[in-house]
Design a protein around this ligand. Sequence first.
Ligand code: SF4
Length: 953
Amino acid sequence: MQKTTIAGEARAPLAEPDIPLSLPVGDEVKTTTCYMCACRCGIRVHLKDGRVRYIEGNRDHPVNRGVICGKGAAGIMQHNAPSRLRAPLLRVGPRGSGEFKEIGWEEALGIATGWLGRIRATDPKKLAFFTGRDQSQSLTGWWAIQFGTPNFAAHGGFCSVSMAAAGLYTFGGSFWEFGEPDWDHTKYLVMFGVAEDHASNPIKIGLGRLKARGAKIVVVNPVRTGYGAIADEWVGVRPGTDGLLVGALIHELLSRQKIDLDYLVRYTNAAALVIDSPGSADHGLLARGEAGEVLVKDRRTGALIGIDTPDLAPVLQGEVRLADGRIARPVFELMVRRFLAPENAPDAVAARTGIPAEQIRRIASEMASAAFDHPVVLDQPWTDWHGKRHDKMVGRPVAFHAMRGISAHANGFQTCRMLHILQMLLGAIETPGSFRVKPPYPKSIPPRVKPRGKVGDVKPGTPLPGPQLGFVTTPDDLLVDDDGIPLRIDKAYSWDAPIAAHGLMHMVIANAAKGDPYPIDTLFMYMANMSWNSSMNVPAVIGQLTEKDETTGEYKIPRIIYSDAYFSEMVPYADLILPDTTYLERWDCISLLDRPISDADGPADAIRHPIVEPDRNVRGFQDVLIDLGWRLGLPGFTQADGSRKFPGGYPDYITNHERGPGVGPLAGWRGKDGEAYGKGEPNPNQLERYIANGGFNHHELAHEQRYMKFANRAYMEWAHSKGFLESMDRLVMQIYCEPLQRFRLAADGHGNVVPPETHRERIRAYFDPLPVWYEPFEERMVDPHQFPMHAITQRPMHMYHSWGSQNAWLRQITAANRLYMARVKARELNIADDDWVWITSHQGRVKAQVKLMDGVNPETAWTWNAIGKRAGAWALDRRAPEATRGFLLNHLIGELLPEREGGYRFSNSDPVTGQAAWYDLRVRIEKAEGEPPGSSPRFEPLHLSVERAEASR
Ligand code: SF4
């Protein structure tokens, strides 16, 4: 048993280098926040004569503590990119022609106000406002609420909503940037489907710590890249079978009785009783007492008592008779039955996952040994939710981290849920040594906010009564009309995707072009390269953006407003371009209301501020949005007398906007004197305080508050006082996810809101309240002999989305992607290194050049995403390697599944959350015999032809 103190090393400053790494290269240094990926590290920008010369990591910053990655250091070339847009543009040629005229901001904003004003005055839902790599969603979402449209979301549905939703519905938090391993104490880390692009520097720093301490790192990923290269063990799982692997690990732990029963009883709903009454309207729901409390059976007295009773000693298996005579069973028993079933045994899943049964058994045994033979005990007293004092914190030093590799499948939600069950069985959430949640998480399970946009919520000239995105817990919360027709353009929160907590950005254009469920008037997008890298099925999306109504001759999507800093592939397909600044020219707010940069020891937020002034006629999108809000008369942006609420633009908003009493975009230095944290009046000097502090604020939790946050009274009281927790109600982690059962009951015809017949079978099958693995849809629907291989993408650690891969320095690392495949498989297919091959899916084919390797699952081929580009876009020459030898797999992925009997086509998404299932792609790979080298398809180069007007400046 390891005894240690809570004072960790993970947050300590990294050792000072022996040699000066940062010689002065300029005459001024300013601190801000990097935007070259989602980590949002602190950076020091060196300037000479007012020009950016060098970027390094900020050693004081809690996210990266001085570490800078290749992307971050190359930000200077992002700032100087030749593809930067220079002025507002109005399309004058057909969509796709790239023919624009330059206009001034007054004209641009006047046009946008005219288009949007008409919609708002008549039918606000005819605006679809979707953002991509937006780091200001608390503002963009709030603007959309003020406008009154239900059709708002960011890119999460395309990216990883299954991961987020699974976590939020299970323990009120998530992996991703919402939690992290306990880097100080973990002894065994397992990473599922993690690429190096996302939580990049923080994970690298953490992994360095683990390696230094000799902790074991296991990487589960079909491809051994990046983190896999430094792992102690690589598990090359077959794509889409992670759930089978996790189920087998659970099977092993249960078989050997290596689980933390005490943790399950104290902190989860393992003891809750599930009504066993087939056919009744509450079959499968949790038994409740008169006051609505979830019931368990007390082992000592045999009485049925509330799950919140202190010192619970519940019955965990066997039939329990309820007061009304019906039968119920504990969740624990149902879970054990599920996972002890023979189909979850390692031998049963070995062939399908590609992982030998012996390896699965050994990993389970290593996890159990780390958790139960080597617990971490911290000499740190704490008080639990019941008020009981504990003199130590005891934890299981097995940590997990997972990302979109397990999420972007049609079975992603249930797979992610299953991984959380594994964590709970090991007692490995929020305990020392395990996975820790970052404040303001955990939230209520799930968070209590409901999506708005029902009939009656959407009215001309009126804000929506609440946010578009939230957490449904019953079919009554769905956004469907009386006939079950979706009320949102992306069909989020409909029977197609009931728990679509992030919306379905990938469905917007296809649905809008078809007018399904209704036509829209204007598509307004920000940083979303939908005609290329952010779409599934690129040729189809381009077709939809340019498709015209045969009778009117008008585009099916009549108006498209787009904001981007660069000439991306999306620009030529829009009608009005609002050019954004680079990240070094703008204000920004990395807010706790949004996706914060906290760590497990305390919440953090940050700003960006202009390091240099733009040398073009561009404006920060957030400034533009605030201006548009006032021009449209949106209440949140307009004073009662009609004047601007935020005349100072975005910095004014960041400082003075209050989402609730005393709660604003930034938590630090609030109150008139700047002494308050979390809640307090707006402080006119708040931004100066942030700038003086290096652009960030980090609040350190007291040691007593740092673990068991879901049950730690000191933490919960503090979090409640800051508005992070809605109430002091107990947070009970959900092994059994009751909201899913409510949907199943609806599919059986119970309740006021029931699914149409076309959806019933699907809801019954996939809304299992206990996690279950099922075969991904594409794999099930295509002929396995015709399409025998998987094809997936990863993002490289040196690039991040398409705006990173245009970077002149980073292009020197990778300017053309290859299709990587296993040597052994290539031999079988008579393919040699450097050969050109055709990759064919049920939807189309793409030609690519092969690179052979060993560290990949033999049934899987993969490539770097976002490298393949369309010539002309991003200021790339028509001979650029990105266009001539690079390729995208997106062309092969369908946003819809093949048609089923009856004609209905479901989206190629997780049926629970709507997460795009782009890792389910099945392909055939064949040598491109006798063909000239070069990738295919080649799209016509894009042009940007701008009529310049001096007066537009
Ligand atoms: S990890 Fe991301 S945010 Fe941090 S320096 Fe690199 S690119 Fe910038």
